[in-house]
Ligand binder design. Structure first.
Ligand SMILES: [Zn+2]
Length: 77
């Protein structure tokens, strides 16, 4: 959002906001040494297609794995 276009937020879709939140979280995670590896070690693909850490809640990649994968790409493009 800029001062030139104060209504930008009105035109953002929920998907845009989710994408921005995932990117912001990935940037934050990328600043924490070892956090990407810890997140991916815990939130890995289970044989049933779900996240091993999130269990029955999420199919893999769950939100945490998605953020960690994005953070890994930010640190090793
Ligand atoms: Zn998970």
């Amino acid at each position: 959002m800029s001062e030139d276009r104060p209504d930008d937020a009105v035109h953002e879709s929920p998907g845009d906001r989710a994408e921005q939140a995932f990117t912001a979280a990935a940037r934050l995670l990328a600043t924490q040494p070892g956090s990407i590896q810890r997140a991916l070690a815990t939130h890995h693909h289970a044989p049933d297609g779900r996240c091993a850490a999130c269990g029955t809640i999420s199919r893999w990649p769950c939100a945490i794995a998605t953020i960690a994968q994005r953070a890994a790409r930010l640190t090793n493009p």
